[in-house]
Design a protein around this ligand. Structure first.
Ligand code: FES
Length: 118
């Protein structure tokens, strides 16, 4: 993964507030996705987690306490990186790749009692 964590989660070296800064592999083909209603550009073969965290400081909010989450293991084990599609289905952001037109939500469109258990 050719990215680097920003030491300050409120402001990176580029002033975007992103958690991750892309430092290499910047020549891959762009892919248009939408995050929380905002169209953004990812790169082909980015994970959803990379695409989101190169745009903003947090991956998602915890469904129950509301605290910010950014993923933890980055290998599909910890369950800290679930994000949602508009229909309420979920994606594990660290192991799902972006695709053109992908729409993701960092807050569940479901109420907590509608969220399926893990
Ligand atoms: S970051 Fe651990 S499962 Fe995705």
């Amino acid at each position: 993964m050719a990215i680097s964590a920003s030491p300050d989660t409120t402001s990176d070296a580029h002033g975007t507030g992103a958690q991750l800064v892309r430092v290499a592999e910047t020549g891959r083909m762009p892919v248009g996705i939408t995050i929380d209603g905002q169209p953004v550009q990812a790169l082909v073969d980015d994970t959803v987690l990379t695409a989101i965290l190169t745009q903003q400081a947090r991956l998602r909010d915890n469904e129950f306490g509301g605290g910010p989450r950014a993923g933890f293991c980055l290998m599909g084990a910890c369950q800290e990186c679930w994000v949602w599609r508009p229909d309420g289905s979920r994606l594990r952001a660290c192991s799902a790749l972006v695709s053109e037109g992908l729409v993701v939500l960092t807050r569940s469109p479901l109420t907590p009692w509608q969220i399926p258990s893990l």
